[in-house]
Design a protein around this ligand. Sequence first.
Ligand code: GCW
Length: 686
Amino acid sequence: MKKLLSLLLFLCPIVALRAASAPDRTAPGAQLWLGYEPLAEADREALGESCSRISMAGSRYDSLLVAELTRGIEGLLQITPTVDPRARSGIRFSLDGDPKLLGEEGYRIRGGRNGVRIQAAADAGLLYGMFDLLRMLQCGEGLEGLDRTETPAYDRRLLNHWDDLDGTIERGYAGRSLWKWDELPGRLDPRYAAYARANASIGINGVVLNNVNADPRILRHDYLVKVAALADLFRRYHIRVYLTANFAAPMKPSSTPDVMKAWGGVGDLDTADPRDVRVQAWWREKAAEIYALIPDFGGFLVKANSEGMPGPQDYGCTHADGANLLARALKPYGGIVMWRTFVYNPTIDPDRMKRSYLEFRPLDGAFDDNVILQTKNGPLDFQPSEPVQPLFGAMPRSQVMLELQITQEYTGHATSLVYLLPMWRRVLDFDTCCAGPGSTVSRLTRGEVYPQRIRAIAGVANTGSDANWTGHPFAQANWYAFGRLAWNPDQTVSRITHDWIRSTWQVDGEDLRVIEAMMMPSWECFLRSSSPYGLGLTLDVATHYRANFAGRAGREWQVSREGIGTDRTSHGTGFTGQYFEPNRSCFDDADCCPSMWLLSFHWLPWNHRMPSGRSLREEFFEGLGSTPSLVRQNLERWQSLRDRIDPGRYASVLERLQQEYDDASRFSAEALDFFGAYVDDAIALP
Ligand code: GCW
């Protein structure tokens, strides 16, 4: 009787968890990659016995593990597993793994005739092992003979939300913010748990809740109480909360800089000068207040002296002075500061691509050990394609992390099917050569080239209040891929892609190939017209393209009857000089420079001979005109799946592909017309 009672008590939170996620289940796409549709009968039979019992290890995630496994096994195998602490077969969790090998989050998973064993050295490893097991079941991977050890490459795998306190999302294309500030802390929307669960399933362990263009009010006590409610919930899924901090937050509203007048500061000072002891005390007190409410608070993300945001330079101080001010306040509690390097002060250099490097490199070694420099993949912004930011590798005595953009600001919002993993793969694999060959961005940011205590990676989220979370059903793949890549940047693109397709669409074989064929070339197809040879053309797909081209021409690149591009070589702006050899010489040479970035580094005559033997002009115009037909191919591929995809998601993708086709046609027509005015049909190859 006593045992029965304790089992009931133990199961109570599980019931609550299951109920909390329930409202989302029916909307098309709401289940993301966690739909758990029944497997084929033969697989169900083969796996049934191994998954019929669960024995727990007594971790803080026990209730969550049982709830998720029960949900998964009920869906996939159509049986309800029993929880039996003494089970010698079935799915067994244990906490006796080697801590040196597995760390806090790693796990070993072994499968045999008696079932599966998931072993970890700390609680979180069990959580990740469990989701890995469910993924394997969903993807039809056999469990026999399985023996795999997994540890994450990055300790902090973060989503950055550009969510404002009024519920809007900067560069969000999937509805409103998930955070309902007016309801918190009293009411916890069921989607919070569903969101946390989805993140946990792909290994994301931190979220920055608010926009880098930071409203200081998030640091006010009433908001911190709301943040704490979210942190309490997310903690159940091993997710920590972080916030963005506005540098001028300590100031009183009447003293804040003009740019912040709409918000005001939240303190009572007339300065935010990092040298001022009152400012230092304000941040210390704020940190104490935050940690009293959220003991595992992750830290601050800061955008300073960038796009009008206040920062230490307003007081004649450096980025390092500013970052260290906040870092010292957080230090006693183990918090970190992610200080963004996205700055482009025009007084630094006429070439925007050079500015961030010129500002930050001289500060190498000046940052405290709990500061990490959060750096976008490219030196300009999140263009559809741009050279890798040369700061990677150039700051050996500082910690640097990569910021990717999952939300499709420049890659077609929620209308275009653009799968970003192939781009991210290239960025991570880019060899900076800073310490000889093999000094890739991936190895650098994991601290394998220069020592780095904090190992982190961030992606700007594409989630919102839309029932399917991301607007475009295929945009879910970018969220998924980011998480999987953050866990292990060495995983192959096809592995991650296949897993997503199988677990999201429940298809295999030829159908899987069709979806893969839609996704894999989508980024490069998009580039052919929107960023030919690294010449960024998209500003905002919803605006007038022609006006956009005209606005960029002469500012970001040159176009004339003679040629096109920007000379950033050592004879031009000198940007190539920011790279290590042999990249520097290669980018300087139009014949060596990767064609994807050719016009980012070079101005070339229209009759420049390309490796194909054809002229730049021929290839450029062919590319501009090619996207509509590629989108049409995707439309036809999708239509071929009509009977195998549920009607809700089928219709939603179809509608977006049709819209994408219309957009691409308009874009192509306007681009051909705009650039066509500059060229003469009679241009001949040299
Ligand atoms: O890409 C640009 C965006 C801004 C964004 C900024 C940044 C949040 O257009 O909307 O601001 O980058 O990354 O700070």
